[in-house]
Design a protein around this ligand. Structure first.
Ligand code: ADP
Length: 225
């Protein structure tokens, strides 16, 4: 079953009176449970593509069907509901809420789902990423690797069908990066979560089953291992 189907996706940014086309007629389909990497040079459109696939961004032409829902037909509230239901997202710069503790950050998606066991579940998730003892710390009191582990716990909280990760190890040292990699890949192995990873790290990309190469907003190659 296809969990993500992209058809003729294009995106143009308007800056002043200049138009910049950053994605042009992108097409691909991902099956549930696949683990894929999107690679390409800086500025090639990877982050823009991921944002559109995850329903974080709009203003494109073409179609994005995520878990059976055509995002272009939804309003912002409906897209937010799809994100909360089906999608996990991990960012290079973590994007934790600075005024909330580690535990409270992980509780956000659980509370959105009105789970009564939000605190308990969030503690279990922090334990899974090895950070139970940092539950009451604020993001500024955590190292980069710890912040990324909290953001992973948050992304796992709603048991997403598809996890998008944008350079998740980009700001981390090798050892911490490997720990993050393992957490993400284990989610795919253990729960069958589809994984879409944007990276410029070809060693990391090579650990997935399929690599989509993008350049100048166009797919150059879609290679299955
Ligand atoms: P990558 O992730 O591959 O580095 P991006 O998707 O971040 O590429 O960016 C693709 C291009 O779109 C770049 O030239 C970037 O400068 C431009 N871009 C990204 N976001 C915006 C924006 N909000 N407004 C205008 N141009 C943008």
């Amino acid at each position: 079953m296809s969990i993500l189907a992209i058809h003729n996706l294009s995106k143009t940014y308007q800056s002043g009176n200049r138009k910049l086309t950053v994605l042009e007629n992108v097409n691909f389909e991902i099956q549930a449970g696949e683990m894929i990497a999107i690679v390409g040079p800086s500025g090639s459109g990877k982050t823009t593509l991921l944002g559109l696939c995850a329903g974080l961004d709009s203003g494109s032409t073409g179609s994005v069907v995520l878990n059976g829902k055509a995002l272009e037909n939804l309003n912002e509230d409906q897209r937010a509901a799809v994100r909360n239901q089906d999608v996990g997202f991990i960012f290079q710069n973590f994007q934790l809420l600075p005024t909330l503790t580690a535990l409270e950050n992980v509780m956000v998606p659980l509370e959105l789902k009105k789970r009564k066991d939000a605190r308990q579940k969030a503690l279990e998730l922090l334990e899974k990423v090895g950070l139970k003892d940092r539950a009451t710390h604020y993001p500024t009191q955590l190292s980069g690797g710890e912040q990324q582990r909290v953001s992973i716990a948050r992304a796992f909280a709603n048991e997403p069908k598809i996890l998008f990760a944008d350079e998740p190890t980009g700001n981390l040292d090798t050892e911490t990066g490997e720990m993050i990699e393992k957490l993400i890949f284990d989610l795919n192995k253990e729960k069958g979560t589809t994984l879409v990873l944007v990276t410029h790290d070809l060693d990391l990309a090579a650990k997935t089953q399929r690599i989509i190469h993008i350049k100048g907003g166009k797919i150059q190659e879609d290679a299955h291992a």
